[in-house]
Design a binder for this molecule. Structure first.
Ligand SMILES: NC(=O)c1ccc[n+]([C@@H]2O[C@H](COP(=O)([O-])OP(=O)(O)OC[C@H]3O[C@@H](n4cnc5c(N)ncnc54)[C@H](O)[C@@H]3O)[C@@H](O)[C@H]2O)c1
Ligand SMILES: C[C@@H](O)[C@H](N)C(=O)O
Length: 373
């Protein structure tokens, strides 16, 4: 690491002393200039007033997906409601809109994103916008735009404005030639989805900006995330959320992955806790900028067995979707997160039994569950 950091320093010193008079900056070139469009700070969202405090002022992009609303809730508890702005290109539900500041932000609109950061004096950015693995394969040009061009916009704005930037990566950043059981932080990464390719790109670009421009980039590779009060956005691990809803509603679940498909998974509270922890970790504790995090790993068959403790009559059938099966077969089965545990004390709270108990207690104990107990 120090070698690379020194390389970056040496390169900028070389440029600065080159005598070209071109005033080489440590931030990306397009980040220098004046935004032609300035809007009033409260023009497009409601009731945002920041109190003077040491708290970071946070922007979450792509915040209306499976993870963003929960993240906003956690961050608002910690930093104050008005210090956390949720954003997306979709219309928020009433309860989300009235729970704190919300703003329209399209990450493909560089100038607008920059205005939002400037006008709201943003200091931390959580970049959640993305097209996930399955929807990415269904629309590669859009996935490329959102996941790669959008990331470039975010990186430049973050570097220019000295933001602490969190970008989630994924188990999908690995591929069939990666070691799969377990998968360490540093190994071959040759994913075969546009989602995975874009996430490896994000990891590498973020780390490059860190060493080249001093950007405070932090990245966790999430497993498949399981949540009760938000729906997944079109990934390969979505079955592990849907099974709970279908078990309760119909007592039947048709799984699109083979029964023995093992993937790393995590309950949403652990995922969001890890995200906040890595953002708050002192920089000197981070020996890396991209970490695996892990909690549990299971197959559809094992999940069904655990669900059947609550819904014994659950009928699980399989109708394999070749696209998602091929993706899952190329992903890690178990994730090695020993570096996160060592460096900043990562520790998960939920294993499979606690996950299933928590999901059923959130989703309501209807007659099926009552009968089982
Ligand atoms: N959910 C998981 O299991 C999981 C696992 C690993 C990594 N991640 C990563 O975490 C992040 C959040 O995941 P999620 O599950 O909430 O995703 P999601 O698909 O549920 O939500 C993504 C959001 O991005 C928004 N978006 C799309 N195009 C946009 C644009 N041009 N500008 C702004 N927003 C745009 C969408 O409207 C959507 O609300 C993603 O980066 C994802 O790759 C998620
Ligand atoms: C694993 C993760 O990145 C996402 N849930 C997907 O399946 O695409």
């Amino acid at each position: 690491m120090p070698v690379i950091r020194n390389l970056g320093r040496a390169a900028s010193q070389l440029l600065q002393s080159s005598g070209c008079g071109c005033g080489v900056s440590l931030v990306p070139a397009r980040a220098i200039g004046v935004s032609p469009r300035q809007v009033a700070s409260d023009a497009s969202f409601h009731s945002v007033t920041f109190s003077e405090s040491d708290h970071p002022r946070v922007l979450i992009t792509g915040g209306l997906g499976q993870l963003g609303v929960g993240l906003a809730k956690l961050l608002r508890k910690r930093f104050g409601k008005n210090n956390v702005i949720l954003s997306d290109i979709r219309k928020p539900a009433d309860n989300v809109f009235y729970s704190g500041p919300f703003i329209f932000a399209d990450i493909l609109d560089y100038k607008n994103l920059r205005e939002i950061v400037v006008n709201n004096r943003i200091t931390w950015l959580f970049h959640y916008s993305a097209l996930l693995s399955a929807v990415g394969e269904a629309n590669v040009p859009l996935a490329r735009a959102v996941n790669i061009t959008g990331l470039h916009n975010v990186l430049d704005i973050a570097a220019e404005h000295n933001l602490r930037l969190f970008v989630p990566s994924t188990i999908g950043a690995f591929g069939p030639t990666s070691p799969r059981d377990p998968t360490p932080d540093l190994c071959i990464q040759r994913p075969r989805t546009i989602y995975g390719v874009s996430k490896v790109h994000a990891e590498l670009m973020g780390e490059y900006y860190h060493y080249r421009y001093g950007l405070d980039f932090r990245c966790l590779r999430y497993p498949g995330i399981i949540s009760a009060d938000s729906q997944p956005g079109g990934g390969t691990t979505d079955y592990a959320v849907q099974i709970f809803h279908d078990a309760i509603k119909t007592g039947k679940f048709k799984c699109y992955l083979r029964p023995d498909t093992r993937l790393p998974m995590m309950y949403i509270d652990d995922c969001l806790k890890a995200t906040l922890e890595v953002m708050e970790a002192p920089a000197e504790t981070l020996t890396m900028r991209t970490y695996n995090i892990s909690a549990m790993s299971f197959t559809p068959e094992e999940l069904a067995q655990e669900v059947q403790k609550y819904v014994p009559e659950l009928q699980m059938t399989y109708n394999v979707d070749q696209v998602r099966q091929a993706i899952a077969d190329s992903w890690p089965m178990n994730f090695d997160d020993s570096n996160a545990r060592r460096d900043w004390g990562w520790k998960h709270d939920y294993d499979l039994p606690e996950l299933v108990t928590t999901m059923f207690s959130y989703l309501g104990s209807d007659s099926r569950i009552a009968q089982a107990n």
